[in-house]
Design a protein around this ligand. Sequence first.
Ligand SMILES: Nc1nc2c(ncn2[C@@H]2O[C@H](COP(=O)(O)OP(=O)(O)OP(=O)(O)O)[C@@H](O)[C@H]2O)c(=O)[nH]1
Ligand SMILES: [Mg+2]
Length: 288
Amino acid sequence: MALVGRPNVGKSTLLNALVGQKIAATTPKPQTTRHRILGIVTLECAQIIFIDLPGLHTRQPHLINRAMNTVAIGSMQDADVLAVMVDASRWTPDDEFVLEQVAAANRPFVLLLNKIDQMKDKKRLLPLIADLRERFGTDEIVPISALRSENLQAVVDALLRYLPEGPFLFPEDEVTDRSLKFIISELIREKIFLLTNREVPYSTAVHIEAFEDQGKLVRIDALIWVERPSHKKIIIGRKGQLIKEIGMRARKEIEELLGKKVHLQLWVKVRKDWQDDVRSLKDIGIEQ
Ligand SMILES: Nc1nc2c(ncn2[C@@H]2O[C@H](COP(=O)(O)OP(=O)(O)OP(=O)(O)O)[C@@H](O)[C@H]2O)c(=O)[nH]1
Ligand SMILES: [Mg+2]
């Protein structure tokens, strides 16, 4: 089951809500997710594998953007069913692109209309659904609020109708295929996305250099790549204020995740134009 949609519609928020744990970064900025992330939901009678994907987008200034789209489009082909997400507040050219890709993929899909909590006038919902039915040519439209976990059972029910029966592929207590290190690097990157603006967040990538479990304490060294020296200055901030804030916020969440005290050390290094460099993308696990 693959989650597709333009950036920022709420795919990763839904993934986290479904698995009941924060495994994917979510921010108000588009293009937060860069990787394919599996979320495993084990029910009494079934196990559903949700695949969160980078948002499909048409403006692709860098190699990383094209790689993100390639991952998303490639994953659509492999899925038994797609959950296609749109945002109730806005239809954009990127949604149009999603629509084209969904048609080209020729897979069964369920349409998720997210962020209905933001709709002040509930009377708009029916015409909006009618409009989407027309655009996508489907009756399977589920209005939800991923943020408030509203109507998620209907999502599961709709998808179960399309999923083939088979053995459980993962242990029942597992929620993702991603390593702890990956989730930690994403939590740090999320804080950078939340605390920086314009091109700066996109200029960063986070690599965990060291992870040492010392029993009561876990020591983590993380390296933040930036594309330019000016971005390094911004990330560090005046008197190191910003990097301190990023570190504090990330550490709090990592401690919750690990259930242990964490000593988090952040480093910043310029890696020029890494967003266009095949090797750098490989280093952070972005498939081509
Ligand atoms: N009001 C409201 N906000 C939501 C809802 N779902 C997600 N959001 C917000 O929308 C923003 C984007 O959410 P993400 O889950 O990061 O979106 P995404 O589709 O994964 O975006 P990309 O990873 O960039 O493709 C965040 O600020 C979320 O808090 C919702 O149901 N209601
Ligand atoms: Mg996402």
